[in-house]
Design a protein around this ligand. Structure first.
Ligand code: COA
Length: 381
């Protein structure tokens, strides 16, 4: 395999982008990434998008995005793995460059959710429709069950969940691309509208629009474009049962465990070597479970990890410096690439007010559904 690097990134602001269409926001992010990379052509493209047919009535995403970006007839493929669609698109681009099949590959993610009155129906299509969604449980309900089980088994406190949201909103207040750029308190979280006990509105990621893109090339070509290429040193993907009731332990996200093991093995690294991580905090409990299942902290101690400030911007392992899905927003197909954008900016020292000092190794973890799929990438200077 050839060594693969990221040479440029770009994204739109996340939020309610009512004045722009699906194609507009993708093209905006793609042109920013191409400009950042200094490339004037693309050999191949992968676009992560979860369910644009339900959200905006548009399918054939590879074709339409290549067309409006003006790069047809290059190969362009849509990749889908629910909320992990962006992460998986990144992996497909990585494989294509590593194999020698293409040199300059654009990987992106896009979703436009706020135009739809069917957003929750569309999201629920990524759960087990027959056992879960048809019986009335959608993602807030599924993650609420995980939260209750985690609290019961490990004594995780309600306030510890809230602290994840407080931290991520604080980071998001420093990110000009975030949907919510305001700080909140534990009381704001606890007193917000109850969505699925114990999770309130402030424990949830929002409904969002947005797009993010990155340009990949082989290491040997990177010097033609940039002095600061960021290497992709590890990539792992794994699946688990789609329905929660079939898991032995719903607090353990097996796809996260397996995808991170694969990525760390490829990188020849261990979790203690990671300087910062972007993880899939679709709900506050998800960040706690994921930091445990990635091996950053012992199982059951994720709540304490947050409470002690270990995952804060100035902590020993800053997590979700971008604001995470909670505050930056969660246009599902775009999220996995936006995580890569944050790690890329941090590693090349352009994290601005969110810059993590001496960041050299970053990890991005992107999840589909309630842990039915997970993608992990490790990036290094
Ligand atoms: N965090 C912070 N503020 C939020 C928010 C969130 N997640 N969601 C909405 N808001 C704000 C809105 O900006 C709005 O503020 P305003 O009154 O000042 O304008 C207010 O809360 C109400 O917004 P509204 O759009 O009416 O919320 P809603 O009740 O329709 O939806 C949720 C709120 C949490 C139910 C919805 O965002 C949701 O379902 N999130 C989960 C998405 C999901 O499952 N993703 C997949 C994960 S696997």
């Amino acid at each position: 395999m050839r060594e693969v690097v990221v040479i440029g990134c770009g994204m739109t602001r996340f939020g309610e982008l009512w004045e722009k269409s699906l194609r507009d926001i993708f093209v905006e992010a793609a042109l920013k990434a191409m400009d950042d990379a200094g490339v004037d052509h693309i050999d191949s493209m992968y676009v992560g998008s979860m369910t644009p047919g339900i959200f905006v009535g548009q399918e054939h995403i590879g074709c339409i995005m290549a067309d409006y970006l003006g790069i047809s007839p290059v190969p362009a493929v849509r990749v889908e793995s629910a909320c992990a669609s962006g992460g998986l698109a990144f992996r497909q681009g990585f494989i294509e460059v590593a194999s020698g099949m293409s040199d300059i590959v654009l990987v992106g993610g896009v979703e436009k959710m706020t135009d739809s009155s069917d957003a929750i129906y569309g999201l629920a299509a990524a759960a087990d429709r027959e056992y879960e969604a048809y019986n009335g449980v959608t993602f807030p309900g599924l993650y609420a069950m995980i939260a209750r089980a985690h609290m019961h088994r490990y004594g995780t406190a309600r306030e510890q969940l809230a602290l994840v949201a407080v931290k991520n909103h604080k980071n998001g207040s420093l990110n000009p691309n975030a949907q919510f750029q305001k700080e909140i308190t534990v009381d704001t979280v606890l007193n917000a509208t109850l969505v699925a006990d114990p999770l309130t509105l402030m424990d949830c990621s929002p409904i969002s629009d947005g797009a993010a893109c990155a340009v990949l090339c082989p290491l040997e070509l990177a010097k033609n474009y940039t002095d600061t290429p960021v290497r992709i040193v590890g990539s792992g993907v794994a699946t688990d049962t789609i329905a929660l009731h079939q898991r032995e332990d719903i607090t353990r996200l097996n796809a996260v465990v397996k995808s991170s093991e694969a990525a760390f093995k490829m990188a020849g690294l261990t979790p203690d070597k990671v300087d910062l991580a972007e993880v899939h905090d679709c709900f506050t409990i998800a960040e706690i479970c994921v930091t445990e299942d990635l091996g950053f902290v012992e199982k059951g101690k994720g709540g304490k990890f947050v409470e002690e400030g270990k995952t804060a911007l100035d902590g020993e392992l800053p997590v979700n410096t971008s604001g995470g899905l909670k505050s930056k927003g969660h246009p599902v197909g775009a999220t996995g690439i936006a995580q890569i954008v944050e790690i890329f900016e941090q590693l090349r020292g352009s994290g601005e007010k969110r810059q993590v000092k001496d960041a050299k190794i970053g990890l991005a973890q992107n999840m589909g559904g309630s842990g039915g799929s997970s993608v992990v990438h490790i990036l290094s200077l």
